[in-house]
Design a protein around this ligand. Structure first.
Ligand SMILES: [Fe+2]
Length: 243
């Protein structure tokens, strides 16, 4: 199910994907989409660029399917899940993911999987740009060098974490509870938010993210992914989370 949003709502949702957890509840979630579809609190954010904009690194057909089918599917199933628990009405997806144990048992797994899928992919689209790649400047560049030694050492560790995911999952750059930079991985649609972290950049290593173009060559896909990372967006996310 695809839900259209107004331009203002879409911009709000995309901006929300870049914000720290504490600032996120009004974004991505119920409040942002309520006027678009009151009966369906969560909505698919539009891609912030054409589907072919990240060619040749990420191909258009994969982008269309990934966004229009896979991400849309997570949104639809998340809406189905929260419809079974009216007491969750009005909560953002980040708030739901931040305390899975507090959720009714009947919807907990669906929120983890479908809500995680919605949050993870919303962050993903907002982390890429046809003008991406290179290295981050400013505070994030310095923090990455401080944490990992060099930008090259960071990318090596980031790619290794993502390459090492067994089966489906994500590789992450995140801020931990003490707001230090960490590299993590999660299985399936697990979100760093559920571990008290703030995700800054996630790379999707489900086969649906790369198989059409790269088949089993996940390492090649990871190289291509880094060529379209919008470091300005990641930097902005980093600064807001640490503010
Ligand atoms: Fe995906």
């Amino acid at each position: 199910m695809t839900i259209r949003m107004t331009r203002r709502q879409a911009l709000g949702t995309l901006a929300g994907a870049g914000l720290a957890l504490g600032a996120a509840p009004r974004l991505l979630g119920a409040e942002a989409a309520a006027t678009a579809a009151p009966q369906a609190p969560f909505a698919l954010p539009p891609l912030p660029y054409p589907a072919d904009a990240l060619e040749p690194h990420l191909d258009a057909e994969t982008m269309r399917l990934h966004h229009g089918k896979h991400h849309a599917g997570y949104v639809a199933k998340l809406n189905d899940a929260v419809a079974r628990a009216p007491e969750l009405a009005g909560r953002s997806v980040e708030r739901l993911l931040a305390d899975l144990d507090a959720l009714p048992e009947g919807v907990r797994a669906a929120v983890r999987d479908q809500g995680g899928g919605h949050a993870n992919h919303s962050l993903l689209w907002a982390s890429l740009s046809p003008r991406g790649g290179g290295e981050p400047a400013g505070e994030l560049g310095g923090a990455l060098r401080g944490a990992f030694g060099s930008f090259g050492a960071f990318t090596e560790a980031f790619r290794a974490a993502a390459a090492g995911v067994f089966g489906s999952g994500w590789g992450w750059l995140a801020l931990d509870r003490r707001r230090g930079l960490v590299i993590e991985s999660t299985p399936n649609q697990g979100s760093p938010i559920s571990a008290g972290q703030v995700p800054l950049l996630g790379v999707d290593v489900w086969e649906h993210a790369y198989y059409l173009k790269y088949q089993n060559r996940r390492a090649e896909y990871l190289e291509a992914f880094l060529r379209v990372v919008d470091w300005r967006a990641v930097e902005e996310r980093f600064r807001r989370a640490r503010a």
